[in-house]
Design a protein around this ligand. Structure first.
Ligand code: A3P
Length: 320
């Protein structure tokens, strides 16, 4: 009821006042539940998602840090599930909808204005989140729903994040120069960026994927780029939508990879001129998609700033 709701809002506002604060480009961040979260979404979206989302056994949740390959994975998992009409590739739905429209983000889209009714979505429901494993709703962990996590080398992730944030509507007019990169690199390496720290985010899902490989599939952007065919098959197997021998013979795997390639998606009109999220155009989601792009921006001595992150990953048994 209304009074309980108001009380809840008051409590959240109080909570927000007491949280540590930082800025990422021009966006305020709060340190909430062990991670840096954009302040604009903690108060309503994250809380509503955490308190109200009910996972079902057939759900698939894509989890990632921003700028690690989320859009790519969204296009792939959607196409894996809905590949019946692949013969009509020229009419494919990816031509009229950006991948983010097909696999909706829980805290950035679905829980933005109110509590959405998700009960009528046909299974498997495909959702995405940037929240770390420790903070996702319990029902995701206790149900049989599956999680696909995508990670990316922190140096390339950092450069991709910088380019993206410089294009954000609220940052219009700023130029991404070396000073700005250096300033934000110090923050990033301290974990201060949307949904950071990097190592905690990655390791949370990674540990779960080791303990429970049926539950969490852990993918690396670099691996997907290097061996896309094998990765797509692994992804489809994990999701319960394996490719048949016939499909293999008909090159369905390669067709999906081609359809969802950066080059192909970038050229689609919906991704050139469309705008799905209010804060940026669809075109900002597609840039270079290269492994090692960081070397074009950071000197080897700057890259040493990432040693601590690499060390933490290594100590936990994970390395790039
Ligand atoms: P770069 O900025 O390095 O080019 P996210 O989707 O999580 O926001 O990640 C964005 C990064 O993935 C960007 O990296 C973008 O170019 C890249 N990307 C987007 N679509 C892709 C695709 N279909 N294949 C490979 N990379 C893609």
């Amino acid at each position: 009821d209304r009074s309980t709701h108001e009380q809840w809002e008051d409590e959240l506002q109080q909570l927000q006042l007491s949280l540590p604060k930082e800025e990422w480009f021009k966006a305020p961040l709060c340190f909430y539940q062990g991670f840096w979260c954009p302040t604009s979404i903690i108060y309503k979206e994250v809380s509503a998602f955490q308190n109200h989302f009910q996972a079902t056994d057939t759900d698939l949740i894509l989890a990632s840090l921003p700028k690690t390959g989320t859009t790519w994975l969204k296009s792939l998992i959607y196409t894996i599930v809905n590949r019946k009409n692949l013969s009509e590739i020229s009419q494919h739905i990816l031509r009229s909808k950006n991948p983010h429209e097909l696999v909706l983000h829980l805290e950035y889209k679905l829980y933005v204005n109110n509590q959405p009714d998700l009960t009528n979505i046909p299974s498997p429901r495909l959702f995405a989140t940037h929240l770390p494993y420790s903070t996702i709703p319990k029902s995701i962990k206790t149900s049989k729903c599956r999680i696909v996590y995508i990670c990316r080398n922190p140096l390339d992730n950092f450069i991709s994040v910088c380019h993206f944030w410089a294009l954000f509507d609220m940052n219009k007019g700023i130029k991404l120069d070396m000073d700005m990169i250096e300033e934000h690199m110090h923050k990033y390496c301290k974990g201060i960026f949307p949904h950071g720290p990097y190592d905690d985010h990655l390791l949370g899902y990674w540990k779960e994927s080791i303990e429970n490989p049926q539950k969490v599939l852990f993918l690396e952007y670099e691996g997907l780029k290097k061996e896309p065919h094998a990765h797509l098959k692994k992804l489809a197997d994990f999701m319960g939508y394996p490719f048949s021998e016939e499909e293999e013979k008909e090159n369905v795997v390669d067709e999906i990879l081609e359809l969802c390639s950066l080059k192909n998606l970038k050229e689609m009109e919906v991704n050139k001129s469309g705008k799905f999220y209010p804060w940026f155009g669809n075109n900002t989601l597609f840039r270079k998609g290269e492994v090692g792009d960081w070397t074009n921006y950071l000197t080897p001595s700057m890259a040493k700033g990432f040693d601590e992150i690499h060390e933490k990953l290594k100590n936990a048994g994970f390395s790039f």
